[in-house]
Design a protein around this ligand. Sequence first.
Ligand code: NAD
Length: 276
Amino acid sequence: MGDYTVKKDISEMSLAFVGAGKMAQAMAKGFLAAGVVKADHITATAPSCRSQPTLEDIGCQFTHNNKEAVENSDIIFLSVKPHILPGVLQEIAPVVTKRHLMVSVAAGVPLQFLEEKLPPKSRVMRVMPNTPCVVRQGASVYVPGSHVEKEDSEIIKSLLSSLGYCSESNEGMISAVTGLAGSGPAYAFTAIDALADGGVKMGLPRELSIKLAAQTLLGASKMVLETGKHPMQLKDDVCSPGGTTIYAIHKLESGGFRNLLIDAVEGACLRAEAIA
Ligand code: NAD
């Protein structure tokens, strides 16, 4: 590991996203919106056969050269698909030094694997973010590896907090977090679309239906977070005896609504473990 003084101030640090896809773009745009990192301090990479104009368009640097991006950065977000990651680790390992905080967002790839593929004592962390990071309403957890310092965790906590909710976790929980929060936005998008279909079926214009559905989920979520009440208490509060809402809840229960959501989280969690 080379001789290098680790920077402490995020605004001085340069970030690299190795793999400039959907998750990297969501995080980079969130960091810029939060003002925690400047665009010219972010470098994103993708293979030479691909171009990623989105991040370049907002002032980030872009290269096809993963090693060059790592060499010029302090915090490296490994944001390629899990099956691509082993090859990328092999490629960049020769240029990873004491300077670098390596942060994998890949589902299902354990810390031990990451640490084994990088030079001894590399500072490695796992993060499980989700794409609402782009609007700074993400839900993320981070798990420190064996050689990270307290300051590293503080830096990642501070970066992720600028993108929404975040908390430290342990690796035993990260597949469940993947199943709930990592994949969760897709469940919510599907729910919004289905609710909007219901509105359209009953005569509402599509655009109004989508807005009402999305705002209803947003409002309900804020009530859970801001009142601190249990979700089922809030549900009971809006189910008047013999009213419209309890009739709808009966329909949801008859269709196995909760069971399906529990199955969805379990399915994604087990899939994350199978990828490992
Ligand atoms: P994606 O396919 O959108 O992005 C992957 C990027 O990697 C692409 O830009 C691709 O061109 C690039 N790439 C491929 N090979 C490369 C290589 N050798 N070197 C550099 N770049 C390369 O995928 P994504 O959805 O952004 O997922 C990326 C990672 O984020 C995955 O490991 C996934 O588990 C994790 N993740 C994704 C989400 C999500 O909602 N998308 C949520 C949590 C975690």
